[in-house]
Design a protein around this ligand. Sequence first.
Ligand code: M6R
Length: 403
Amino acid sequence: ELGEHRHYMHKEIFEQPQAVTDTLEGRITQDHVLVSAFGHEAEALFESIQQVQIIACGTSYHAGMVAKYWFEDIIGLPCQVEVASEYRYRNPVVLNNTLFVTISQSGETADTLAALQQIKQLKAKTPSSHVQTSSSSSYDQTPSSSGLTRGSPIHKTGLNIPTLSICNVPESSLTRESDLTFLTHAGPEIGVASTKAFTTQLVALSLLVTAVGKTLNLMSETQERKIVHGLQKLPGLLQKALTHEDSIKQIAQGFADKTSALFLGRGTMFPIALEGALKLKEISYIHAEAYPAGELKHGPLALIDENIPVIAIAPHDDLLEKLKSNLQEVKARGGQMIVFEDEMSCVGSEEGFQVVKATSNVGRITAPITFNVPLQLLSYHVALIKGTDVDQPRNLAKSVTVE
Ligand code: M6R
């Protein structure tokens, strides 16, 4: 089953171009995203939404974080994202007309499922209100701690909170409990470290932003066409990113004796940095942290010396100049810099940086999806050198069905 691959993780990393093709299949036309890809009722349910709440855990949470940037930047729709284990226990304020999105590879993650069930109970229990906490047992008029008055009776028909799950497993608990479901067609993911599921979750979320954007007239046809054309190029971009495996292997050699690593990114590359750090700690057991590059001066710069590799994700975008000056600060302190850039970034001209030109110039949607691939390969090759159990890392389970 593994074919030419030593591990499922490696196989699944290399399946990503196909997984993207399969996830797009039947969901887009030449120039358009089909809103009905989210279900026959999707258009009617999307019509009244005013904000989005995303709930997930681990890698799926990182996909949600990328989507927050997209929702707010591309269509101007407010979007919150939170890990399920926090959301379910903190009495969150839930606004009416919220699209409640859960993201999960397995569809069985206990906390994510519990957060969804809480919202469903809230909907069932609340006859009329515009703001409510998801765990409040009764409907009252007392001011909430956030200062918002809960329970102001605006809608007579109850809370409008359509639920959508983005999931890789059909007939899972999450899909059964949601109003709408979008299945990522990544195929079975065996490695505990999530790779192709994450990539297809991002594809699903880019389609969601577009579907919601056009339903609410927040996106022009030109914008839609641009996104669709970008997505059509994605399998090729991922294929190209995979060709850098040899140079990434070389870089991985420098990691075997390290105990710590720092990942930096700005904008959507911040969640990609978080995902890169999670992958590294998960399979190589090296302590890794990710920071938005702008936070360096607020603490993590104190960590930097020649023993800590710093991995920067540097696409040619509006934030590149800002990132470059952050990298200079790292360099000045003797840090070992590894930069993943595209063909236009030109960070590589700096002396002393190890640079991988991971991709050609990519767009707002395709950039985070593409830049994640070399980071997956880096973790994989570090783990290989360290001799860890790549597909079944210690202490972890593929599906976290208990909290
Ligand atoms: O099945 P889910 O997507 O709900 O799982 C969530 C996390 O447990 C999962 O993404 C975990 O963080 C991965 N092992 C990371 O590679």
